[in-house]
Write a protein that binds this ligand. Structure first.
Ligand code: NAP
Length: 264
């Protein structure tokens, strides 16, 4: 499994490294990072004992290679390093939309697992969708991500597009919701500072309660909605025929479609 070579240690690669560090999953000395412009996170992991941009020969030691560059440059990254890697290295790609077969070919026929994580892996509360054609690749990818979040296995690679729509891209939907709620509070007359605190604390508290209670969101919603009360008045707007349900479906479909386009 280790050493683990991380190709690209930006937002997602950095979040993963932070998550492993927090979970005590892998020692920094087991990590090799390759990134032309290292972030503060990459430098901090280097200070802990990881190898940052070592000579090319070191790349052959990697048992696992995480491909965490932008989808637009994954091919040129593969071309730079494929000939330097061990033949049995497992490639684990987090690149949105890019197919396992294409990655396998660009990496000289090596085995590939694909994952779609969220950046909450940094605080060990990530969500990770995973596909690998072979059982061993799947097991190893599982072991990499289990310490940093909830892993969902997918049997069909094409489902990763929808998983991106409903998970990989979805933290941004939540942040957009909080922004809109805050703006709604200001529009209703609250001072901006009060709207900011109320919107953020209420949403994070509600999310924590959903996680801690294990109850269905629909049940929690009913519990806080009195007949003819204030919440019901708001839900009549949010859950109207043209409300949140169809809007989110459209958003998920748009992200799913874009994931397919990126895959080419
Ligand atoms: N961010 C998310 O929430 C998220 C969620 C799920 C999946 N992903 C996937 O994660 C991947 C990375 O996204 P990101 O948001 O982390 O992007 P990012 O912050 O731009 O990170 C990519 C890193 O790779 C570096 N890099 C560029 N060329 C390289 C090369 N040839 N070799 C090694 N490293 C190189 C970049 O350096 P420069 O900045 O100098 O170019 C950057 O530090 C994407 O494929 C995306 O689909 C991201």
């Amino acid at each position: 499994m280790t050493p683990i070579l991380m190709l690209g240690a930006g937002r997602m690669g950095g979040a993963l490294v932070e998550g492993w560090r927090r979970a005590g999953a892998f020692a920094a000395a087991e990590l090799i990072l390759r990134d032309p412009y290292p972030t503060d996170t990459a430098r901090a992991v280097e200070a802990d004992g990881a190898r940052l941009n070592p000579p090319d020969a070191a790349l052959a030691e990697a048992k696992t290679v995480i491909l965490a560059v932008k989808p637009q440059i994954w091919r040129e990254t593969a071309a730079e390093v494929a000939h330097l890697l061990a033949p049995d290295a497992l490639i684990v790609s987090v690149c949105a939309g890019v197919r396992a077969d294409d990655i396998g070919q660009a990496f000289g026929g090596r085995r590939v697992a694909r994952v779609m994580p969220t950046t909450a892996v940094a605080i060990n509360q990530g969500t990770i969708s995973l596909f690998a054609a072979d059982a061993e690749g799947r097991a190893r990818a599982h072991a990499l991500f289990e310490p940093v979040g909830a892993v969902v296995d997918l049997d069909d690679e094409d489902l990763l597009h929808a998983a991106t729509g409903v998970s990989g891209s979805a933290p941004a939907y939540f942040y957009a919701f909080v922004e809109a709620l805050e703006a709604g509070g200001v529009a209703a007359g609250l001072p901006p500072e009060a709207a900011r605190t109320l919107a953020r604390a209420t949403m994070t508290g509600a999310a924590a309660l959903l996680a801690a209670s294990g109850e269905e969101p629909a049940d929690l919603r009913r519990q806080v909605t009195s007949p003819n009360g204030t919440t019901e008045a708001a839900l009549k707007v949010l859950m109207a025929d043209d409300g949140l349900g169809p809007l989110l479906s459209k958003a998920v479909i748009a992200a799913t479609r874009r994931s397919k386009e990126l895959g080419g």
